[in-house]
Ligand binder design. Sequence first.
Ligand code: PRP
Ligand code: ZN
Length: 286
Amino acid sequence: MSSILRIALQKSGRLSEDSYQLFKECGIRFDYGTGKLKSVSSNFPAEFLFLRDDDIPGYVEDGVADLGIVGENVAVESTHQVETVHRLGFSKCRLSLAIPRGTDWNGIQDLDGKSIATSYPRILGDYLTYHNVSAEIHQISGSVEIAPGIGLAEAICDIVSSGSTLLSNGLKEVEVIFRSEAILIARTTLDAEKQRLLDKLLFRIKAVQAAKNNKYIVLNAPNEALEQITSLLPGMKSPSVMPLATAGWSSVHSVINENDFWENIEAIRSAGAEGILVIPIEKMIY
Ligand code: PRP
Ligand code: ZN
């Protein structure tokens, strides 16, 4: 029997574009954006469902979908039992407390006895309890940022990404209570065939992520500096070293991690490397 993975994605919002892009980079094709509610991939056993992000954990728990991509904020706030399979590293944002710009702020205790509007009552409630603050939580499902302006609450707790929503509503961020990014969630019980498809998908996602975190580097080095330079460039196994037509020089090819890039590149240059080329990698398989 041939199985198919049902994958729930946010229909339109902060996570949508990056989610579509991830599957594209994994070589999985499907149509989206035409107002469709679902779409079957033409080259991978997957069907995509386009839903409101807040509903995705519930659909995954119920088995309507096998997998979903949501913000960690949505998964943690939800009471639905799902498994976090993998962190995706995109759509980073924070859940923060914000107050009207002209108001003083001396710390979280300032909210004692106040009212706070949010769509995240559980995460906020835990945070307040932890800090021994008793405030009234007004749960609202959208446009939280207008609450102080209409006298509904004295503070808000909402998602901040660029900060422009807060700015245009006269609010200032005073405390970050949770940092979030997109995650891949799965139903807690997947049968063996679906698990096999999930493993296949994860293999591709990891190759795409590794490629993003690394660069291909090519440089020329005087032979006497080779030992020092190759020690700075471990590569996937070890760097490739090939003689140049000019005597006494070699070409070195390797892979360098994005995080160490600027620091290592300076050390490599001062060791005598020249003609350094840094090239993006499309896929990287360990
Ligand atoms: C959040 C939040 C703000 C906006 C903040 O909404 O509610 O409206 O993003 O982003 P900014 O700091 O870049 O202005 P979210 O994307 O979670 O959408 P949703 O509430 O409709 O799910
Ligand atoms: Zn949402």
